[in-house]
Design a protein around this ligand. Structure first.
Ligand SMILES: Nc1nc2c(c(=O)[nH]1)N[C@H]1C(S)=C(S)[C@@H](COP(=O)(O)O)O[C@H]1N2
Ligand SMILES: [Mo]
Length: 502
């Protein structure tokens, strides 16, 4: 019998094993969640909780700094943090396996509690987190067992195997989510959108087709996406219900088929985000298909004293819209279609609100499930609780899309978009350096509810130049040059670009 005990692995090997165990557990849980419902995956659930618990300045900073990349960055941060905790757990396990196990248990509890408390997720949502803990603990037992004490070869084999399991699980969950259409995707694919009863008016000559200029219609894949959901809610259309309640004569509930059976209205409406900085991209123009919000609400006999319509989503987000805007005859819609297809999951499948003239945070609830008539003095919705102010209308704005930095001397087409939804755009002016404001050519628009393209033929001379744009809304009010932040009610100021002409 040999009396040589193999040397114990060095601390750094334990740290590596711990990190590998944590990441493998995470990958395994995501593979499970790919089948049971992606919102229950620990990464998604914990990120959701982090977003909900973050102080508003932190989330606003993230949106301003990273734009729509804020969520992938948050998730990457959580993965890195988990690897660090895993490494620490490995070191702890080296001294005391029970301490290591306790840390794994605590982290599983955080993931499970995050998932189970998410709106519309039940107790079964804890399963992926439990799987993560079981896999991580299993790996640590294996690591601390006899095989790895056989020396460096055994350890290397271990790390390779653990990495293999992690990569396989991550790849597996990616493939499942990519190729096995979830029930919601299947439902969506099966839906044959009916023809509109009231088709959108012919938009006219709306698009200059200019290189570098945002196209007048924004495709679903290019349409900006802003919401608090890390993983879009997966709403089953058969069990979906829309409930109307609050200050109403009678409460009513609608199914998706009820909506399909109503008069369907198709309209071009430009949606934009209050967080959009001057010159920013958080705006898009789509052709929406939906039912009249005002007509549907009227069936519940709303109390005229109600001044706020609170809309609530499947994942518990809320918006508060002024009933004045809902009932004044504008095309406020419960939308089920976007640019000719059923609403994409990320844009609110199966139904969302669209109210022309209001920023998204007070009007455009996705994954809509509830409409509650109430008063502004009685309830503050999600972003109002976080210091934004309602019910501000969209501020007049304009953007230079092209050129953005360089141009060749000679005739240069300067072009962009301008918007002031529900008041419309009456004029756009461009100023070169300190010159006079010169009126630009406007493309047509079918209504006051969409943005409008503009262009200007500029005789550009070599050197550095400064272009500034200013829109005037349908009420004749020019855009203010006062510079204010997006918070609390939308940015103001004029978009300006520096062009070097050669
Ligand atoms: N359920 C839900 N709906 C939501 C939000 C959200 O966070 N959750 N964000 C709102 C905001 S702030 C905007 S600007 C619009 C954006 O809609 P889009 O992602 O389809 O462009 O959705 C609105 N609807
Ligand atoms: Mo927004």
């Amino acid at each position: 019998m040999s009396d040589r005990t193999p040397p114990r692995p060095a601390p750094r090997a334990w740290a590596a094993a711990g990190a590998a165990a944590a990441l493998t557990g995470l990958a395994a849980s995501h593979l499970v969640a790919a089948f049971t419902g992606p919102r229950a995956a620990p990464l998604s659930a914990v990120a959701d909780v982090v977003i909900a618990a973050s102080p508003p300045p932190a989330t606003e900073w993230a949106i301003q700094t990273f734009g729509t990349a804020d969520k992938p960055i948050l998730q990457a941060g959580i993965i890195v943090a988990l690897a660090v905790v895993g490494a620490a757990c490995g070191l702890l396990w080296r001294r005391n396996r029970w301490a290591g196990l306790t840390v794994i248990g605590l982290f599983a509890a955080v993931g499970a509690a995050s998932a189970a408390t998410r709106e519309a997720l039940g107790a079964a949502a804890i399963v992926p987190s439990l799987i993560a803990a079981a896999v991580a603990a299993g790996i640590m037992f294996w690591w601390s067992g006899p095989g790895t004490e056989a020396g460096p070869t055994g350890r290397r084999r271990f790390l390779v195997a653990a990495a293999g399991v992690a990569v396989a699980a991550a790849a597996g969950s990616f493939l499942v989510r990519r190729f096995v259409p979830a029930q919601v995707e299947a439902d969506r694919a099966q839906l044959d959108l009916p023809e509109p009863d009231l088709p959108a008016p012919a938009p006219g000559e709306v698009d200059f087709d200019q290189d570098g200029l945002a196209s007048w219609h924004t495709g679903n894949d290019e349409f900006y996406r802003i919401d608090t959901a890390i993983t879009s809610p997966q709403v089953e259309v058969d069990s979906w219900r829309l409930r109307v309640h609050g200050m109403v004569g009678r409460t009513r509930t609608y199914t998706f088929d009820d909506l399909l059976g109503r008069e369907l209205i198709e309209r071009d409406i430009t949606l934009c985000c209050v967080s959009n900085p001057i010159g920013g991209e958080l705006i898009g123009n789509a052709r929406w298909l939906g039912v009249s919000l005002a007509d549907l609400l009227a069936e519940s006999e709303p109390d005229p004293e109600a001044d706020q319509l609170v809309s609530r989503s499947h994942d518990g987000w809320t918006a508060g819209s002024p009933t004045g805007a809902v009932f004044d005859g504008r095309d406020a819609l419960i939308a089920i279609g976007m640019n000719g297809s059923p609403l994409p999951i990320d844009h609110g499948w199966p139904a969302r609100l669209i109210i022309p003239g209001l920023y998204g945070y007070v009007s455009a609830t996705k994954w809509l499930t509830e409409l509650e008539l109430t008063r502004f003095s009685d309830y503050d919705p999600y972003w109002i609780q976080r210091g934004w102010s309602g019910p501000g209308p969209i501020k007049t704005a304009s953007r230079i899309d092209t050129p953005r930095s360089n141009a060749a001397a000679g005739t240069v087409t300067v072009a962009g978009v301008a918007w002031a939804q529900h008041r419309g755009i009456a004029a756009v002016h461009l100023r070169v350096d300190d010159g006079p404001w010169t009126e630009c050519e406007l493309a047509e628009a079918p209504s006051t509810d969409t943005w409008r393209q503009w262009r200007f033929e500029w005789e550009a001379e070599p050197g550095d130049h400064d272009l500034t744009v200013r829109a005037t809304d349908g009420d004749g009010r020019p855009q203010t040059s006062d510079v204010t932040d997006p918070k609390p009610s939308g940015a103001t100021g004029l978009h300006n670009v520096k062009i070097s002409v050669a």
